[in-house]
Ligand binder design. Structure first.
Ligand SMILES: [Zn+2]
Length: 113
C-alpha cells in the first residue's frame, strides 16, 4: 500500500516532528505506519530527531585505577549529582593534587586552636 503524502500530511508531519513526537506517535496521528513516517522524514531531510531520553552526564563513580581515591566531595550531599572526586590521590593525602591544593591552601581554623 502506497502512502499518499498530501501537502497537509507533509505539513503535519513536519509540525509533529519539530514538536518532538515519536515516529510511532506521528504515524498514529496521521494514520500512517511508523516506517512511512521515518521514510518520508528522511526524504524531506528533516533534522535528526532529538533523543526522547535526555542524556544526563553521570557522575564518574568508578575510578580507572585500583587503590584509594580522592575523597573530595563534589556538589552537596543529598543532591543527585553529589559524588566524590575519585581521582588518584597524591602521596599520603586523601585528595588528588587538585583538591590537595584546595584543601591545604590555608591552615584550617579547627587546627589552629
Ligand atoms: Zn580530587
Amino acid at each position: 500500500m502506497e502512502t499518499i503524502w498530501t501537502p497537509e500530511r507533509v505539513e503535519a508531519l513536519g509540525k509533529l516532528w519539530r514538536e518532538g513526537h515519536s515516529t510511532a506517535e506521528i504515524g498514529r496521528r496521521l494514520g500512517l505506519t511508523k516506517n512511512a513516517v521515518v521514510g518520508k522524514a528522511h526524504r524531506l531531510e528533516l533534522d535528526p530527531r532529538p533523543s526522547p531520553v535526555k542524556l544526563v552526564p553521570k557522575p564518574r563513580i568508578i575510578p580507572d585505577f585500583t587503590g584509594p581515591t580522592c575523597s573530595w566531595p563534589i556538589g552537596h550531599p543529598g543532591e543527585k549529582t553529589f559524588h566524590f572526586c575519585t581521582a588518584k590521590p597524591v602521596g599520603g593525602k586523601p585528595y588528588c593534587a587538585e583538591h590537595v591544593a584546595l584543601a591545604y591552601i590555608k591552615p584550617r581554623n579547627s587546627n589552629a586552636a
